[in-house]
Write a protein that binds this ligand. Structure first.
Ligand code: NAP
Length: 239
């Protein structure tokens, strides 16, 4: 028996990187998988339903949730994974950039939870995984808006978990450390080398290693976990 057999799962920011690894893993494990992302994509593997979704777009959420409910009658798993970063300093950042980062990383997570919640509550079953970061728990210089939103995701997940425990909707946050993806490949190599040098396991993680954790949280194996934070960081936060 595959670990997500028959479950219906939505993953945001699944066009590439960690989200794509999660979508491919969930599909392999038997989930009816909807990979949602911003850009149009032609190259998605058969067996995964790819749809465009800008996570800060309220109407986009309503449309995709209606489509999935109409096709399958339920949503078992939501992974709020889409996220963006900016290294603009406190003095340089424009209000527009700040609002954009908060809109995607924080408002997008809340909108996703809001739109799937009635369907999960109705059947008293659901797992929501909100992708935060080690930067939701600890800080470094230079990415204050990212830290603000990832910290918000961490604590919003706990509040949502407590609010919906009686509905048997489990909400946990996932906290990757340094993972090799298009996001980190585009960063300053010195910044990347600095984070790896402070990672006790001495290397970057892979999207698959994060996807393995998301798989556990999505599956019934984690049935007694809610409001928790699962860290996958090569030991970074243990220091
Ligand atoms: P990535 O390689 O940049 O991929 C992000 C994906 O999200 C892309 O497919 C992108 O779409 C999509 N996306 C961006 N903005 C979106 C929006 N407004 N609406 C819908 N989709 C959107 O990033 P990643 O490294 O895989 O990161 C995934 C998540 O993990 C993020 O939340 C990030 O903060 C978190 N994280 C990453 C690391 C790391 O080291 N990589 C560490 C900790 C946490 P397009 O393909 O259209 O651009």
């Amino acid at each position: 028996m595959r670990r997500l057999e028959g479950k219906v799962a939505l993953i945001t920011g699944a066009g590439r990187g960690i989200g794509r690894s999660i979508a491919e893993t969930f599909a392999r494990e038997g989930a009816i998988t909807y990979a949602l992302s911003r850009a149009a994509k032609e190259d998605f593997p058969a067996g995964i339903n790819y749809r465009q979704l800008e996570v800060a777009d309220e109407n986009g959420w309503k449309k995709i949730v209606a489509e999935v409910i109409s096709a399958h009658g339920k949503i078992d798993v939501l992974v709020n994974n889409a996220g963006i970063i900016s290294y603009d300093g406190i003095e340089e950042m424009t209000l527009e950039t700040w609002n954009h980062i908060v809109g995607v990383n924080q408002t997008g997570v809340w909108l996703g939870m809001r739109e799937v919640m009635p369907h999960m509550k109705k059947v008293k079953q659901g797992s929501i995984i909100n992708v935060s970061s080690i930067w939701g728990n600890a800080a470094v210089s230079g990415a204050h808006a990212y830290h603000a939103t990832k910290g918000a995701v961490r604590n919003m997940s706990k509040a949502a978990a407590i609010s919906h425990a009686a509905d048997n909707v489990r909400i946990n946050s996932l906290h990757p450390g340094f993972i090799l993806t298009p996001l980190t490949e585009a960063q300053d190599p010195d910044v990347n080398a600095w984070v790896v040098s402070r990672t006790p396991l001495g290397r970057a993680g892979t999207g698959q290693e994060v996807a393995n954790c998301a798989l556990f949280l999505a599956s019934d194996e984690s049935s007694f976990m809610t409001g928790s934070e699962l860290v996958v960081d090569g030991g970074y936060l243990a220091q």
